[in-house]
Design a protein around this ligand. Sequence first.
Ligand SMILES: Cc1ncc(C[n+]2csc(CCOP(=O)(O)OP(=O)(O)O)c2C)c(N)n1
Ligand SMILES: [Mg+2]
Length: 625
Amino acid sequence: MIPALLVSAGRLDFRMSVYVCDVCNYRYDESKEEIPWDDLPEDWVCPLCGVGKDKFSLLDEDSGKEKAGDGGHSGEVDHSVPVTVSDVLAETMVAWGVRWVFGMLGHSNLGMGEAVRKQEEKGKLNFVSIRHEGAASFACSAYGKLTRRLSACLTIAGPGATNLLTGLWDANLDRSPVLAVTGQVEAQVLGPGGFQEVDLQAAFGRVAAWQQTVLAASNYGELMSLACKNSLTGRRVSHLVVPDEIQKLESRDQMMPGNPEGRMMAMEIGPPVSSVKKAADLLGQSKRPAIIAGYGALPVAQSVVELAEEFSLPVITTYKAKGLLSDNHPLACGVVGRSGTPVAAKMMAGSDCLLVLGAGFSAHSGILKTIPTIQVDFDAAALARFHSVNVPVWGEIGITLSHLKARLSKTVQFEDRRRDIAENWDSWRREKRKRAAHVGDKGISSAAVYDVLTRTAPGDSLMTIDVGDNAYTFGRYFESDRQPVIMSGYLGSIGFSFPAAMGVWAASQEEGSEFAGRKVISVSGDGGFAQYMGEFLTAVKYDMDITHLLLNNNELGKISREQQDEDFQVWNTSLVNVNFAEFAESCGASGYRAETAEELEKALERAIDHPGPALVEVSVDSSLH
Ligand SMILES: Cc1ncc(C[n+]2csc(CCOP(=O)(O)OP(=O)(O)O)c2C)c(N)n1
Ligand SMILES: [Mg+2]
């Protein structure tokens, strides 16, 4: 066998092939052996474990392309340019389906940045350079909440990395898959606490479900594969720390990018038969059961609606599942809980059994504990977390529903409550119209704002919302057609909605996806928006098609109310604001200001028609709810 001539970036190299035993990892390196591999007799056996030649895999071929050794690696590495550790990491991310990287470049992540740039050149990754790393993690968290797929945030060591933490906690608490890749100071200066040195494994230790530092001797492709796998399967945060100089090291010859082939499994775990039987029995004994669908049920919305239609079950959603089915569906009761409608509250209260699907029972959800309950969740820890339930069922929701459907006898007859639902909606809509007509000294009511938004938002738009009065009232007054609503649920962080809209916009850019080409609308108050105002410039830079609706009451409205409720003085909740519409214009986007419902309608229509970033600011009176 003639040694392969490898030319790479000004470096000439003679390379022989290496064969590795699949059983004991013994390496047959032609450069060290007298006999080339092909000339070894057919009955030659591994000197360590005794298996034949056919149990060996080629690591290094004449062509310079490296090939799978253990079945886990099958990527191709182009050796015509030096391949760095970062290249292997980036290629592995691509193989695991990462399409978007949100982040900011700086001294300690330039190696990784260059690898991402090369992937972007090949059309495999897109990099969005944000203005504050907190926006990167919010964007990724929102992208994961909407798509259940993985995206990445990339930062430098120290402050860039610590800026990620709020968004990562948002992902952690709401079960969104996010990959954080942070730079680190050079490995040889790690320890004494020099410039930008933060113990990142400690800082991220509680928020990341899986984390590791990449060392020179690491199997980096494998580490990235594990980061991706753990994030996707657990819908959690994974974190890789990559010290500065390691990012730029030339990759070792045998190091291959990882990929999900043979590493990912179907996730539709069926429930135990006994649990399904108990659930079917309890449902079968009831007369007026209802479904309460949470965020975990969103990916199987169709199955939920089919079950509801077959057995005439009212469908109530938690706030995080708003949009699971249209509010115009005859079985839809809207959102339950603190941001909910009386329709949902009354229909829940009138039920004698609740089938709770993928909902977390947080205090905000307001799911009554006193009604016999079946709870279904893919996460055992989420079952009966706050209190015991009659039948906890551990299983993927779609599969569980199909088993349940099969068990529920066709002869089971529940009361048909469609008429009740319709009457409740009629009286609630009358009440909403009354509230929408109120105009205060400082502006219109949020009921009026969301009445206009209900009429103007395209039915298939993708929505993100913030936290505060603006969000409570959105849940209550906005009638969802089929718009998913992405929020900072358990963390409840103000400032979420605009950076989240950037993540959702990324999903809308993916051809062939169910979100492709859909309009993105984000909603916030004045306090929340100001936390990430700088990101409006990011939206302009990348010409993101986002319409932002800003409810301006010149105060931290929800906090003023809380102070009043607790008999404190209203103190330091007033806000000094810019003219947000002018701000948007000065960023290079479109900006509109509205004082009345009529002006708002016109402004929103124009903003939504505009195929780029636009902001609509509306004056609201926070004394009107
Ligand atoms: C990061 C963060 N800081 C503080 C809070 C507490 N908080 C909840 S709502 C709110 C007021 C938000 O004001 P604004 O965005 O103007 O909304 P409004 O209530 O006026 O509609 C604050 C400060 C929070 N939830 N998150
Ligand atoms: Mg406000």
